[in-house]
Design a protein around this ligand. Structure first.
Ligand SMILES: [Zn+2]
Length: 261
């Protein structure tokens, strides 16, 4: 989930699906194991929805990407940036192939929680938002900002798609023992999830307070930065993108405190 900005492999392979994979053509084509045809269709629907909505919200030409729906037994052969396979069940975005790819597992890992009808689409849109952001060069930022952006973007798509986002949010643990700024990697999978969930709460609250235009502003702000963004700069950029009173609102949020409550 937070791996999207890692180094791009020097040599890119063309579409590298394991043998026997079929292709579902759409704005985001899906390559899938043939026994997963049903899942490929619902995934294709989420991708189309996210692709169009994000393109509209961000007023940007959507990046040319592809999705792989990978069967459990093929996970080790899925395209990726590093030599070692990633933990099973965790979706990711990779630029190691051309076009760049969203890699989605047959089943989401049990670390994804809460489990509601919104869990899978939110996860797909999160990775899709990484793909949009990485459509242009992005400098390094604090982890909370790099993951806040796709979480807020996925919440924005969910709102437009009429998903039961409130119910999903109501099942999130609000005090996991850290805040988005005191969270430190490396952390266990459970804590990583709690970190992402705090960012989803913060993103949904920001959409409620400021509307969805801040997403376009923060994407462009990040594209315009050419030096590493430190903590203070990150807070300033997001505060400004939110709009009038944005920074004050941000520092008042429980998820954003320096230390856990
Ligand atoms: Zn992520």
């Amino acid at each position: 989930m937070g791996r999207a900005g890692s180094t791009v492999a020097a040599r890119k392979r063309r579409e590298a699906a394991p043998p026997g994979y079929e292709r579902l053509d759409a704005e985001v084509p899906v390559l899938y194991a043939s026994r997963l045809a049903g899942k490929a269709r619902s995934l294709s629907g989420y991708l189309a929805q996210g692709y169009r909505v994000l393109g509209r919200i961000l007023s940007v030409e959507p990046p040319r990407i592809i999705a792989y729906l990978v069967a459990g037994e093929d996970w080790k052969r899925a395209p990726r940036d590093n030599a070692c396979p990633y933990p099973p069940g965790l979706p990711y975005f990779t630029r190691s192939v051309e076009p760049p790819a969203l890699v989605l597992p047959e089943e989401l890992s049990t670390v994804f929680r809460p489990r509601t009808t919104a869990t899978l689409p939110l996860t797909v849109w999160h990775e899709l938002a990484h793909a949009f952001l990485l459509g242009r060069e992005v400098v390094r930022t604090p982890a909370w900002l790099g993951e806040f952006v796709p979480q807020a973007a996925s919440a924005a798509v969910a709102r437009r798609a009429g998903l039961p986002l409130e119910e999903h949010l109501s099942r999130i643990e609000r005090q996991p023992g850290f805040t988005v700024r005191s969270f430190r990697a490396p952390a266990g999978a459970g804590d990583q999830m709690s970190f992402q969930n705090l960012l989803l709460l913060l993103g949904a609250a920001a959409l409620e307070e400021f509307g969805e235009d801040f997403l376009r502003r923060i994407f462009y702000a990040l594209w315009e930065e050419d030096e590493i963004v430190d903590e203070e700069r990150a807070e300033k950029l997001l505060g400004a993108a939110l709009g009038g009173g944005g920074r004050e609102w941000l520092v008042s949020r429980p998820e954003f405190q320096e230390d856990s409550p």
